[in-house]
Design a protein around this ligand. Structure first.
Ligand code: ARG
Length: 466
């Protein structure tokens, strides 16, 4: 047993915890990364304690200087993280009290329960801002690739079968839309993270006249008008981890979006498609097959999404049976959150870099999109414009496709006579249907992959993401 008992046990306990209990219950090995935000919270709390007369001016000054020194020591790697201290909150407080006697007053009206809720909110606020800006860079890379190849057409697919022609840019901009919604979700989530729980105590507030508004303002927990935003129920405030789950759910969705993009890249870099090439620096080789160039970055991006989904599932499971209010189970939220934040950010960043090192194989795209079958729907629309009901037009073109397959001729090479046997409305102007340029300028509804629309979308995104 240790001689000096941890701060939380002084008084009540005859001995310190057994060594294996210390090892099992500690979080200092992973929650130390909250140190910056823990110190920020303590600075605000101490400032408030002085304003209500619990600390003297001199005591506040000493505490602030002590916290400052600790911050310097941690940043420069000089700080001794005491494994007996359980967590980051106790490590910093006990280091402070060793340096500054007034440190013993810092925890007045505060519990580690509202303190950890505060630290997590402060930490997550910064993460959200950082992630949103990384997503913006990813969107830029997608738009750039699309804009640099604004004239490139590829087949669009459903069921992974060739369907209709689209601009490559249109395909890439689909992801830009997804990531835009993800950014909006992050912004929404930020609003709910940005509420100050300090003053909730262990679960039932405090009998002392703490100034919660002041603490909230000092820490930037304010609305657009600068009014403080405070949690309104102390029991909820210390046991709520919705804000973490919300973030992890958005991160999981971002992971799923990244995974789909990665899957497209895996397909597109295969010899079967060959639409794009990923630069050597962003691919790997095979230890056995000398010819291989593998899209491992894209594959791992796909794989990382599993962790993000797993972390979300773990957190939901962690919370579901907890009685009110704080329970130590909640300590398990940290590694899942940290892992999610690190994983999603690293994945967004590497995907951006990979896209910046991706080139388009125009010839392969052109060859694929020249398949006249892609314009079968246009052929049906042609008949519709001649007054044929769509169901009959669909049937007629189906028959033409079958004939083309049977006779081994491309759809656009069937003799007009054969087409007219299928439907007499086919006329010599039918050959215009197979002009891809025409086909693309016809697709002009809002959101469609026609020339004008795609140009408009590219310009709008270029402007928005400037
Ligand atoms: N390390 C703890 C956690 O992450 C801090 C709160 C501890 N509170 C307590 N009552 N033991 O949840």
């Amino acid at each position: 047993m240790k001689k000096s008992a941890p701060v939380s046990r002084s008084g009540r306990f005859a001995s310190g915890p057994a060594a294996d209990v210390t090892r099992f219950t500690e979080s200092i090995s992973f929650d130390r990364r909250l140190w910056r935000h823990d110190i920020l919270g303590s600075i605000a709390h101490a400032t408030m304690l002085e304003s209500i007369g619990i600390l003297s001016k001199a005591e506040l000054k000493a505490i602030l200087r002590g916290l400052d020194n600790i911050a310097d020591d941690i940043r420069d790697g000089r700080f001794k993280w005491d494994p007996n201290c359980e967590d980051v909150h106790m490590a910093i407080e006990s280091a402070l009290t060793k340096r500054v006697p007034a440190g013993a007053k810092l925890h007045t009206g505060r519990s580690r329960n509202d303190q950890v809720a505060l630290d997590m909110r402060l930490w997550l606020r910064d993460e959200i801002v950082g992630l949103a800006s990384e997503i913006r860079s990813l969107q830029k890379a997608l738009v750039r690739l699309g804009a640099d190849h604004g004239d490139v057409l590829i087949p669009g697919y459903t069921h992974l079968q060739r369907a209709q022609p689209v601009h490559l840019a249109h395909h890439l901009l689909a992801y830009v839309e997804m990531f835009q919604r993800d950014k909006q979700r992050l912004r929404d989530c930020f609003v709910r993270v940005n509420v100050c729980p300090l003053g909730s105590g262990a679960l039932a507030g405090s009998t002392l006249p703490l100034n919660r508004e002041l603490v909230a303002k000092l820490l930037g927990f304010v609305d657009a008008k600068g009014n403080p935003r405070l949690t309104q129920n102390s029991m909820d405030a210390v046991s709520d981890r919705d804000f973490i789950i919300e973030f992890c759910s958005i991160a999981a969705l971002i992971g799923v979006h990244l995974s789909r993009l990665a899957e497209d890249l895996v397909l597109w870099t295969s010899s079967e498609f060959g639409f794009v090439r990923i630069g050597d620096a962003y691919t790997t080789g095979s230890s056995l097959m000398p010819q291989k160039k593998n899209p491992d970055v894209a594959e791992l991006t796909r794989g990382k999404s599993a962790r993000l989904v797993g972390n979300l599932t773990a957190l939901l499971t962690l919370l579901k049976g907890l009685p009110m209010t704080y329970n130590r189970d909640l300590q398990e939220d940290k590694e899942r959150l940290f892992d999610t934040a690190d994983t999603v950010r690293a994945t967004v960043r590497i995907t951006t870099a990979m896209l910046q090192h991706t080139t388009v194989n125009r010839a392969a795209c052109k060859a694929a999109v020249s398949d006249p079958m892609l314009l079968a729907t246009d052929l049906a629309d042609y008949l519709v414009r001649k007054g044929v009901p769509f169901r009959q037009a669909h049937h007629a073109v189906g028959a033409a496709v079958a004939l083309a397959e049977r006779s081994g001729k491309p759809l656009d090479q069937l003799p007009l006579g054969d087409l007219r046997k299928i439907n007499p409305r086919f006329a010599p102007d039918v050959k215009d249907v197979f002009n891809l340029g025409n086909a693309m300028s016809r697709r002009n509804l809002v959101g469609a992959p026609g020339n004008t629309q795609v140009r408009r979308q590219l310009n709008a995104w270029l402007k928005k993401l400037k």
